[in-house]
Design a protein around this ligand. Structure first.
Ligand code: NOJ
Length: 718
């Protein structure tokens, strides 16, 4: 054990500030010999560099090892640096996007994938990951919805907490684990109009009910770090937002881990026009509890002076530095600063058969069968398959932010089909491109020709993987016109067609839904995407994913989400209606609602029973839902429990998920699934700024959003 307090007492203020600075690996790699551009821009000397406490964005473990080795020679205190990276959905073996993982509704899948990512990341020299991102999302125009689990606070909280536990395990010294960093505090997902980095304007009520719970759940799960968001929340940038950073994060939630800014977000305080001065930006962020400044160097440049002026206390500086040193100690870095990094850049734990198997099973659980008129599953007896579309034979299905994953190592849909159907002829025709402004139809004729004689046609459509992720916002999330035209021409010659769709956000699929008999949405499924797709299309595996973020009918419906409060005066869709809530062009509901997802099994929800229709604040009521798999196909079903507070002092959501269980059903199996309802599940953020429940009627239902069934009344008595 290192005596951290003693170590701290030996450090100069400059050295302490180094611990609170995180720099890009390139700064160290490019400045081995001399002071060059990057250092000058950062206003740092080579000596300053020897004090830096953490590094991000190194692409090879050998780089990490070299940087650490040099650092330990140069730093007079011999404090190892801590290495951080965005391991978002796998390190080298890539599994589906977080948004897709949400659709699995399966924490076992999330846990298995996350543990695998942690093992691979350790070999990659990663000690902390900037995951989980639990920003609650409602607007699919925002490209970063791919990093979230979706539009439900319970789902986001459950999946976020599962990731924290799986990354960190019980002991961070164990080299199968890495530290997690929850982000982006707070409410980055509320970016106005879905435009990345735009401000968030949100009521405290909505923030407390929907946006904040998942960060809190990760903190309760023991997350070591938290990252602030870039954005301004109700006019105040997170890094300057005393209410969020002090009152909620520290005072209410008691977070005692390390807080890091997002990428140059301390510097952004100047861009936000909160202050014209770099020095004041440092003062504001530090005094609001931002321990580590990522990438910009205002702390290093100004805090010594701010201490001398009495604007920052040295005691607070020591507390922040101690938090960072404690994290290093927990990770065992003082004894082993390389912590399992594979210096040869070729680790045997990467991309193993076992890891590929985990990634494939995850991709199978995350895919959603959005539509099926009986076309799927295809028979494996097919002789000739036409595989058409821009995603038919590409490795670019691993998704944005795939860390060290490589498209060249992923299984394409064509390769997946070849493996599953060794005797079948598979004709591949791209048909068209996938850019939003593609107009070249020269590939249509060959695609139509291929479809004509095929026993089964698979249309591989969607938007490119770099249309989602950071900085990728869209004004139109419809499937591109040219792909729709291709779909129409193909279905006109062969009805035995299913569409396989790829994207990092819910797309508008209204026209595709009218055109093709079946749609299987794959999201970006990762390294084993092609194998998963083939297994699902041909019935080797039964689809079980459910929508975790609504698919709108039209982009103009965004933001759209299932758990909204009641829209009053609802009226018929269409033009020339007066004084009613309705859209002229389309229905108010999404095309595919939260919780929607078909299966090759046929699940009948037979009943919902409550152990009592009344409860006091200390009581618990058991809910029993009987579900019957009426088919001869085994499959998984997510049984969901919803509630509605019928009358309250504050308008409540018309539907709100309060529990879910994903279960396997054998062919013909009937199961009674039990849930417990207690008073805390019925609470909401009241008008007097407290969580409360109110006596009265609650409706308890099952089914899924917009399709609630077996509704029963439960009365809370006080
Ligand atoms: C900026 C992103 O907003 C954040 O999510 C990420 O963790 C950091 N860059 C570091 O790469």
């Amino acid at each position: 054990m290192t005596d951290l307090k003693k170590l701290l007492s030996q450090m100069t203020v400059k050295e302490k500030l180094g611990q609170l600075t995180q720099l890009n690996a390139r700064v160290f790699i490019d400045t081995q010999a001399d002071i060059t551009g990057p250092l000058l821009n950062l206003k740092l000397t080579k000596e300053d560099l020897t004090t830096v406490g953490s590094v991000l964005n190194y692409w090879k473990p050998s780089e990490m090892v070299a940087i650490q080795r040099q650092h330990l020679k140069d730093d007079r205190n011999k404090i190892p640096m801590v290495f951080m990276m965005d391991v978002i959905h796998g390190y080298r073996t890539i599994f589906p996007l977080p948004l897709a993982l949400g659709c699995s509704f399966n924490t076992d899948v999330v846990t298995e994938c996350t543990k695998m990512a942690a093992r691979e990341a350790v070999a990659g020299g990663v000690q902390v990951t900037f995951t989980p991102m639990v920003d609650y999302v409602r607007d699919a125009r925002w490209g970063r919805v791919m990093e979230s689990c979706g539009e439900d606070a319970l789902l986001n909280s459950t999946m976020g907490a599962a990731q924290v536990k799986a990354f960190q395990g019980d002991d961070l010294r164990n080299k199968e684990n890495i530290a997690a960093c929850v982000k982006h505090f707070a409410a980055y997902g509320g970016a106005d109009t879905g435009l990345d980095y735009s401000p968030v304007d949100i009521s405290e009520h909505t923030l407390r009910e929907h946006y904040l719970p998942a960060y809190k759940a990760c903190i309760d799960a023991g997350v070591e770090m938290l990252m602030t968001s870039y954005t301004a929340v109700n006019g105040v940038p997170s890094n300057a937002n005393e209410w969020l950073m002090k009152k909620i994060l520290k005072d209410e939630w008691g977070f005692s881990g390390v807080v890091i800014s997002d990428y140059s977000a301390v510097k952004d305080l100047v861009e936000h026009a909160i202050t014209p001065s770099e020095k004041e930006a440092a003062e504001i962020a530090f005094n609001n509890g931002v321990d580590i400044e990522m990438v910009s160097t205002f702390y290093m440049s100004h805090i010594e002076e701010l201490i001398a002026e009495g604007k920052i206390s040295e005691e607070k500086l020591d507390e922040a530095v101690l938090r960072v040193l404690e994290l290093k100690e927990k990770l065992g870095l003082f004894e082993d600063p390389y912590r399992g990094a594979c210096e040869t850049d070729d680790s045997e734990v990467w991309l193993t058969e076992e890891n590929r198997d985990i990634a494939r099973r995850a991709a199978e659980e995350c895919a959603i069968l959005l539509k099926n008129d009986g076309t799927l599953p295809f028979s494996k007896d097919v002789k000739k398959v036409a595989l058409i579309g821009p995603f038919a034979d590409t490795g670019d299905i691993i998704g944005f932010w795939a860390c060290s994953g490589r498209p060249s190592e992923s299984i394409t849909v064509k390769e997946g089909l070849r493996r599953l159907l060794p005797g079948a002829e598979i004709i591949v025709e791209k048909g068209c491109g996938y850019e939003f402004n593609d107009t070249d139809k020269s590939g249509f004729a060959a695609a139509v020709e291929a479809a004509k004689g095929a026993d089964a046609v698979i249309l591989c459509l969607g938007e490119p993987q770099d249309y989602s992720g950071e900085g990728n916002s869209r004004v139109d999330i419809s499937l591109h016109k040219i792909q729709l035209e291709l779909a129409r021409e193909i279905v006109a010659v062969n009805k035995n067609t299913a569409a396989l769709t790829f994207s990092g956000r819910p797309l508008v699929l209204s026209e595709l839904d009218e055109t093709v008999p079946a749609i299987l949405h794959m999201w970006f499924p990762g390294t084993e995407g092609g194998n998963a797709a083939a297994n699902l299309l041909f019935g080797e595996v039964n689809p079980s994913g459910k929508v975790s973020m609504s698919f709108p009918r039209a982009t103009g419906q965004c933001p759209i989400y299932y758990n909204r409060t009641k829209v009053i005066r609802q009226g018929p869709t269409g033009p020339h209606t007066k004084n009613v809530a309705s859209f002229i062009e389309c229905d108010m509901t999404p095309l595919y609602s939260f919780g929607h997802g078909l299966s090759y099994s046929s699940f009948k929800y037979e009943s919902l029973e409550l152990s009592s229709d009344k409860m006091g604040v200390d009581d618990k009521v058991t809910v029993k839902i009987t579900v019957h798999n009426e088919s001869d196909v085994p499959g998984k079903e997510t049984v969901m429990l919803y509630m509605r507070d019928v009358f309250a002092s504050n308008a409540r959501p018309m539907q709100q998920l309060i529990a879910f269980k994903k279960l396997h059903f054998e062919a013909g199996e009937r199961r009674t699934v039990e849930f417990t309802v207690d008073e805390p599940m019925l609470r909401f953020w009241g008008n007097d700024h407290k969580k409360i429940s109110e006596a009265g009627e609650f409706e308890i239902s099952t089914g899924y959003a917009d399709h609630l069934i077996h509704t029963k009344s439960l009365w809370l008595e006080k």
